[in-house]
Design a protein around this ligand. Structure first.
Ligand code: ZN
Length: 422
């Protein structure tokens, strides 16, 4: 087996930075007691200047390491994979991220006592969740290495939660490391003040060949299927794996790619919008149903459903409140799952019109969807480059509108009409 960085597809530069940081972190742990705190804090300011200077790193063991990081990159580029791999390297008993020791293993399987992972389930991460997290992260690491907090989708922090986090990053406990994941360092995604306290590790969209290679090597997928899935997923590793393995995911994609040839009138455009929305709802419902049910059962058990006797009435009132909280969380998660499903469909659709555009331009670029390339070619003939571009823009505008909280059905209907009219 390769080490913990083996799954970071096509990210050689980022991996080099993280390896160096892990080595520095290990050196800090070995350094005399006085050094970690002092050297560590200094490294924050020095890190950017001296990054990549091995002489400097040797002179100051903390130079490659800092206590707050942001992993940026397009969806599927592996932000959270990178954060987890780095966390494992920090907890690795060899300090390298060997991939086999207990530190690496428990981190990667999500059971390490000093590694906390925040995966927002709703549309935002709230302040209470963040405060509790920051408090726990301040304690000394039980394993004697680092307390690591990974925050996936840090762009979904509420303002108040962001402030709670900022306070922790500004006054970091000596052995605590924060790893944030966000699409970019744009102020819409991450506040300027948090950004200024963090080192940024940019990840790029991995090339299809690199994605295909990892599907074959790690997941044992046949090379021709891996190649097709890697291209169709447009650099999104997880999506490529799902397409290669899950027939239902393939069916959903086929249905989305059938949209362009079905748009033959106004009625058909509205029908297509409904179908797309309903498919996203169904996919989301299926993805959250199991966990919703498990949570409800766990809560009912914890509350001792059916209790009687003294205090039972008060307990029931408290229980009702907790149940309401749970329902609120679950509703928020369902909304998020619907938006994610719809966004995946829109990305597939955008890929189709992008294919038509490059064909109309006769650009020497491989199509995203090899299996609908002939349809895209027919579209290119009919619409020419300009018409293909207008349609591509209609899909991208729909994504942007939903991102800006336009009701999905309204945005999708407007898009379908634009696609039909051209
Ligand atoms: Zn290890």
């Amino acid at each position: 087996m390769t080490d913990v960085f083996g799954d970071l597809v096509g990210q050689d530069e980022a991996v080099a930075v993280l390896r160096r940081a892990a080595a520095s972190a290990a050196a800090l742990l070995r350094a005399p007691v006085a050094s970690p705190v002092g050297g560590y804090d200094d490294s924050d300011a020095l890190a950017e200047e001296h990054d990549g200077d091995p002489g400097r790193a040797a002179a100051d063991p903390g130079a490659g390491m800092t206590h707050a990081w942001i992993f940026t990159g397009p969806p599927g580029s592996g932000r959270s994979v990178a954060a987890r791999a780095f966390a494992a390297a920090l907890e690795c008993v060899h300090g390298t991220g060997c991939g086999t020791c207990p530190g690496c293993h428990t981190t990667l399987t999500g059971t390490h006592a000093d590694v906390r992972l925040v995966v927002p389930e709703g549309l935002s991460i709230g302040v209470n969740e963040m405060r509790a997290l920051v408090l726990r992260a301040a304690s000394a690491p039980s394993g004697g290495r680092w307390q690591v907090v990974i925050i996936e989708d840090a762009d979904r922090l509420t303002e108040a939660a962001g402030n709670a986090l900022l306070k922790a990053i500004e006054e970091p406990p000596p052995r605590t490391v924060f790893l944030l994941c966000a699409p970019s360092t744009h102020p819409d995604d991450i506040s300027v003040t948090i950004r200024s306290r963090c080192r940024v590790v940019p990840l790029r969209q991995p090339p299809p060949a690199a994605v295909a290679e990892v599907l074959v090597r790690r997941d044992g997928i046949a090379p021709d299927v891996a190649e097709w899935a890697a291209a169709a997923a447009q650099g999104h590793v997880g999506r490529a794996r799902r397409l290669a393995r899950d027939p239902e995911a393939r069916q959903r994609r086929d249905a989305v790619l059938a949209v362009p040839r079905r748009l033959i009138g106004v009625g058909a455009a509205f029908d297509a919008a409904s179908a797309l929305i309903e498919a996203a709802e169904a996919e989301a419902a299926a993805s959250v149903a199991e966990i919703d049910e498990a949570e409800r059962t766990a809560l009912q058990t914890a509350l001792g459903a059916g209790g009687t006797g003294r205090g039972a009435a008060g307990a029931m009132r408290g229980a009702a409140g907790q149940l309401k909280d749970l329902e609120k969380r679950q509703k928020s998660r369902a909304t998020r799952a619907q938006r994610d499903a719809l966004d995946r469909a829109l990305v597939d659709l955008a890929g189709f019109y992008r294919d038509a555009l490059i064909m109309a331009l006769r650009a020497p670029v491989a199509p995203v969807h090899t299996d609908t390339a002939s349809l895209a070619a027919a579209g290119a003939q009919k619409w020419d480059a300009e018409g293909s571009l207008r349609r591509l823009e209609a899909v991208l505008e729909c994504r942007a509108a939903i991102e800006a909280n336009v009701k999905p059905r309204i945005a999708v209907e407007a898009m379908m009409l634009a696609l039909w009219r051209g």
